[in-house]
Design a protein around this ligand. Structure first.
Ligand SMILES: [Zn+2]
Length: 59
């Protein structure tokens, strides 16, 4: 089951929410009660350090 991280834009509180298809996503921060919860984007493994050996070398 997917678990998403939600962060409150108001107070910065972060919660883990188990999201089901039949239930709506949470909107209200459980800490400050403000409807400023936003789902955090899952961090993809970007930042590639791929080897770049395209330059031809003459020996
Ligand atoms: Zn909050």
């Amino acid at each position: 089951m997917p678990i998403f991280e939600y962060q409150c834009r108001d107070c910065g509180h972060v919660i883990d929410v188990l999201v089901r298809a039949s239930e709506p996503a949470p909107k209200q921060c459980p800490k400050c009660k403000h409807p400023t919860l936003e789902r955090k984007l899952s961090t993809f493994s970007s930042g590639g350090n791929k080897p770049d050996n395209c330059s031809p070398r003459r020996g």
